[in-house]
Design a protein around this ligand. Structure first.
Ligand code: IMP
Ligand code: MG
Length: 173
């Protein structure tokens, strides 16, 4: 297995993170936010993003993982849930990558059931080609091709999350 050279450099990522944070700050001006990071993958993106958001906010996390059983059904397991009461609040879900869409779709419905005032989604990467379930991405970083990527929070076998850039991960032939 090999990690290729940066596909998205640390600088490209940081520029995009600032752009997304500016959009969010503008959209929620005068209000307050609850930012929810989806762990583990979003940990680095989440911490960089909130540093640049100018609106008062509280943070919380959820640990979720999806298991694809067949081509079209996936099950999402929650290992840790948010502690905040989001009823009547403006909420942003922050995710590293949207692949099939199963995880975010599940979490979105789960949080909508708790009657937030609004619920939006911010995802750094969008692997559109792989989508099985439609999910609205309100703040999107980059659309990427159907390649497995690691770094900047994203893992292979729980490794490479600490890389400050994103690289394509290839099986050595
Ligand atoms: P989805 O439910 O298929 O959209 O899965 C999204 C989750 O799968 C993400 O939160 C990631 O943890 C993981 N994932 C999907 N694609 C990749 C990838 O290319 N690299 C690393 N993790 C990925
Ligand atoms: Mg993830």
């Amino acid at each position: 297995m090999v990690v290729g050279k940066p596909f998205l450099t640390a600088e490209q990522i940081q520029d995009k993170v600032k752009t997304l944070a500016d959009m969010i700050s503008r959209d929620y001006e005068g209000g307050e936010l609850v930012a929810i990071g989806i762990l583990k993958g979003a940990f680095m993106f989440f911490s960089d993003l909130v540093k640049h958001i100018k609106v008062p906010l509280t943070i919380d996390f959820i640990i979720a993982s999806s298991y694809i059983k067949t081509e079209t059904t996936g099950e999402v397991k929650i290992y840790y849930d948010i502690r905040e009461d989001i009823t009547g609040k403006d909420v942003i879900l922050v995710e590293d990558i949207v692949d099939t869409g199963i995880t975010l779709n599940y979490l979105r419905e789960r949080f909508l059931n708790r009657s937030p005032r609004s619920l939006k989604i911010c995802a750094l990467l969008d692997k559109k080609e792989r989508r099985l379930v439609d999910v609205p991405i309100d703040y999107k970083g980059f659309e990427i091709p159907n390649e497995y990527v690691v770094g900047y929070g994203l893992d292979f076998d729980d490794k490479y999350r600490n890389l400050p850039y994103i690289a394509i991960f290839k099986k050595r032939v």
